[in-house]
Design a protein around this ligand. Structure first.
Ligand code: ATP
Ligand code: FE2
Length: 333
C-alpha cells in the first residue's frame, strides 16, 4: 500500500509519500516565513494554497510515481490553525475525489509520535513530543495515546521562537538559538518550572528578556535557556519512565532536532540502563511523510472518511483520537 499525506497545520506545507514499511518514497515542502513577528494564519494559509499543487507534483516526481499508484490520501485534520488546516484538507479532498481513493484524517501530534516510533523500531516507548505548539510526555494505554505531562502555557518551540525574535532574530528561533547557545558559557539563573509531570515556560521568557534588557550576552541567554528548559523536559520524561517502569524514550516534533536536548535525554536514559532515539531532521519537523504513514496505519484500521465528514478540527488533542492499530484496539475515554 502507498499513501500520500498532506501536512499544513502551521508554517509548513508538505507532502510525503510512504509505503507499508514506512519508507519515504518522496517528500517535498515549503515553509511560510513571516517577514517580522509571529505567524499570520491567513497569510500562511495563502502560502499553502499557492504552493501545495506544486508540492504534490514534486513529491510524486521524487517518488517516481503516477497518481494511479497511490492507494489512499491522508491529511492533517488537527490540531492547528483553522485556515492552514483547511488549505491542506481541501487539496487532500480534491486528490481523493479526483483519483477515487479513500481519504484518511490524521491527528498531527499522533503523526509526530508514530513516525518517530516506527523509525525507532521500538514497540512501546515513552514519547517526548516537543514542538512549536506542543510539549507532551506521552505513552500508549487502552486504545489511545495518553498525555502524562505537558506544558501548562506555551509550547517549547513557540517559547524559543518568541524569545529569539525578541532578541533580534527571525523565525524559526529554535535552530538559531541552538547555534547561539554553543557560544555561551555563563549559566544565568532562570525559573525552573516543573509541576509534577507538567512544565511552564512563560516565567522563563519574562526572566530571559529581563536579562537581555540588563545587558546579558545573547549567547549566555541562549545557553542558559537551553540548559534550563531541556533539563525540565528531561526531568518530566525521567519521572514518567520511573512511574511506568520503562527504559526507552523516543523523541518527536521540531524541537527534538536539538542536539543538546537529544544529548540530555540520552544521558538520562542510558543512566537508567535504557536508551533514546530521535528521527532525522526532515522527519522531526512538520512533514507530509508522517501524515502519510499515520494515514496508512489509520486506513488499515478502517479510519477512512467520506469527504462530507472530513471537517478540520483545530483543537483536536493527542488523547482525543483512537489509535486502533495498536494493541487493545478499542478506544476508552
Ligand atoms: P506542533 O507540532 O505543536 O503543531 P509545529 O507543527 O509548529 O508545532 P514543528 O514543525 O513540529 O512545529 O516544530 C517547529 C518548532 O521546532 C519551531 O518552534 C522551531 O523553532 C523548533 N525547532 C526546529 N529545530 C530546532 C532545534 N534545532 N532546536 C530547537 N528547536 C527547534
Ligand atoms: Fe508539528
Amino acid at each position: 500500500m502507498i499513501v500520500l499525506g498532506v501536512e499544513s497545520t502551521a508554517h509548513t506545507a508538505s507532502v510525503g509519500i510512504v509505503d507499508e514499511s514506512a519508507r519515504v518514497l518522496g517528500q517535498a515542502g515549503d515553509m511560510y516565513r513571516p517577514a517580522a513577528g509571529g505567524i499570520h494564519p491567513r497569510e500562511a494559509a495563502n502560502h499553502h494554497v499557492e504552493t501545495l499543487p506544486g508540492i504534490v507534483r514534486a513529491a510524486l516526481e521524487a517518488a517516481h510515481l503516477r497518481p494511479s499508484e497511490v492507494d489512499a490520501v491522508a491529511f492533517a485534520q488537527g490540531p492547528g490553525l483553522g485556515p492552514c488546516l483547511r488549505a491542506g484538507a481541501t487539496v487532500a479532498r480534491t486528490l481523493a475525489l479526483l483519483w477515487e481513493r479513500p481519504l484518511v484524517p490524521v491527528n498531527h501530534c499522533v503523526a509526530h509520535v508514530e513516525i518517530a516510533r516506527v523509525l525507532s523500531g521500538l514497540e512501546d516507548p515513552m514519547l517526548l513530543y516537543a514542538s512549536g505548539g506542543n510539549t507532551q510526555v506521552i505513552v500508549y494505554g487502552a486504545g489511545r495515546y495518553r498525555v502524562l505531562g505537558e506544558t501548562l502555557d506555551v509550547g517549547i518551540g513557540n517559547f524559543l521562537d518568541k524569545l529569539w525574535i525578541a532578541l533580534g532574530g527571525t523565525f524559526p528561533g529554535g535552530p538559531a538559538l541552538e547555534a547561539e547557545a554553543r557560544l555561551g558559557s555563563e549559566l544565568l539563573a532562570l525559573p525552573y518550572s516543573v509541576h509534577g509531570m507538567d512544565v511552564a515556560f512563560s516565567g522563563m521568557l519574562t526572566a530571559a528578556l529581563a536579562f537581555h534588557r540588563d545587558g546579558a550576552r545573547r549567547a549566555d541567554i541562549a545557553y542558559s535557556v537551553e540548559a534550563t528548559a531541556y533539563s525540565m523536559l528531561t526531568e518530566i520524561t525521567e519521572r514518567a519512565l520511573a512511574h511506568r517502569q520503562r527504559e526507552e524514550v523516543v523523541l518527536g516534533g521540531g524541537v527534538a532536532c536539538n542536539q543538546r536536548l537529544q544529548g540530555m535525554v540520552r544521558t538520562m536514559a542510558e543512566g537508567r540502563g535504557g536508551h533514546s532515539f530521535a528521527p532525522p531532521r526532515s522527519l522531526c519537523v512538520d512533514n507530509g511523510s508522517m501524515i502519510a504513514w499515520t494515514g496508512l496505519l489509520g486506513h488499515r484500521a478502517g479510519l477512512a472518511v467520506p469527504v462530507e465528514r472530513s471537517a478540520v478540527l483545530p483543537r483536536q488533542r493527542t488523547d482525543q483520537v483512537p489509535v486502533p492499530w495498536r494493541e487493545n484496539g478499542a478506544a476508552t475515554a
